[in-house]
Write a protein that binds this ligand. Sequence first.
Ligand code: GLU
Length: 450
Amino acid sequence: MTYIHETITRLKSTSPAQSEFYQAVEEVLDSLQPLLESNEQYKRHAIIERIVEPERQIMFRVPWMDDENNVQVNKGYRIEFNSALGPYKGGLRFHPSVNASIVKFLGFEQIFKNALTGLPIGGGKGGANFNPKGKSDSEIMRFCQSFMNELYRHIGPTTDVPAGDIGVGAREIGYLFGQYKRLTGRYDGVLTGKSLLWGGSLVRKEATGYGCVYFAQNMLDDMGESLEGKTCLVSGAGNVAIYTIEKLQQLGAVPITCSDSSGTLHHPNGIDLATLKDLKEVRHQRLKAYLEVHSDAEFIPVSDYPEDGHAVWRIDGQLAFPCATQNELTAADAEVLAENGCLAVVEGANMPSTQSAVDVILDAKIYYGPGKAANAGGVATSQLEMAQNASMQRWSFEEVDDKLKTIMANVYTSVRDTALEFDAGNNLVLGANIAGFRKVADAMIEQGLV
Ligand code: GLU
């Protein structure tokens, strides 16, 4: 255990004030103990010391002019964390909470997630503390152009391939790509999540949510259970949540909640997906407006949330899918899930459960699918987009969806088998961390001290 303590102490002094990053590192190192004890080569090659340090961190000024002709300045980031398995790959997040700690925790998680897909992609992440909410289209365009004015020199189809994350969807990817093309004169597959009109892949939009449900399906199969008829709690109302709800419904489950930054929506008869999509994808409105169409639904504003947690996890449901953001499920939330007899928690978001929530979930024998395994379908399908771009081909919806299903089944199997190999029962956190780490660490050893 001392190496965990030593690593965190060192990080606290060399990379101060990065609590989310320490949280992500601690979780991984905690799981690695049995592997490190039985394999001394990882220590000999100082893999832990090297893997927690990004290969390169780029931080830059993003100046832009708003619609009132005021100068605005944001902070931009791209963390190129690890390229042992392939070009850096990972999204860009535009959200006011973005800082070095958030981008580094996301980049660190991405290394292992990408390794779990079995595809040749390294780990990276980026973003800006820019709030797209309430901005006009032209403001978004000017911001994206300014962001790319610095980013373009660091990325490339075989070096670093960003994509979307919170606050970055097809519109932002379009503006970023346009500026990249203008600056370089190249029509490269340098971003994923592109529009279907010009190089995007079918299923990319749906992939994180669909993949998360495929992962749950594999997990439930193993438990002798199925999705059929199960009531599901879903948090979030972005891309991941919407397509988690869609796939759950297609497979016969009944999602009854979703949430946004204003509050939680509870519709006991089941969420009406058409209304939700219209609100969030077309009209960009708050969830409360759902009640105008469905007066039998209930809306719980953030101001009414329990002090130690979130309203969505206090509702009775059989399966929980946190699909909003980091640390959105606390230990107190997890205790209520356990009391309500929740069977499984499957994470569509990145690190949505706090460390103490994970402890409660595992102690209560709730089956747990950690984000770095369960939400790997998004980045996996990004790699399928890269493959189509590189070969100048375009695959059908069924072809991509079939590959996604196979990838998620393989992710599940490798995570489960690794947990069994280390006598950890169905502790998929341990399985995911060891399976992902081992691939990256072995590649690092073979590539020498770089
Ligand atoms: N932002 C997504 C993730 O957290 C997708 C990254 C990508 O497609 O590169 O995995």
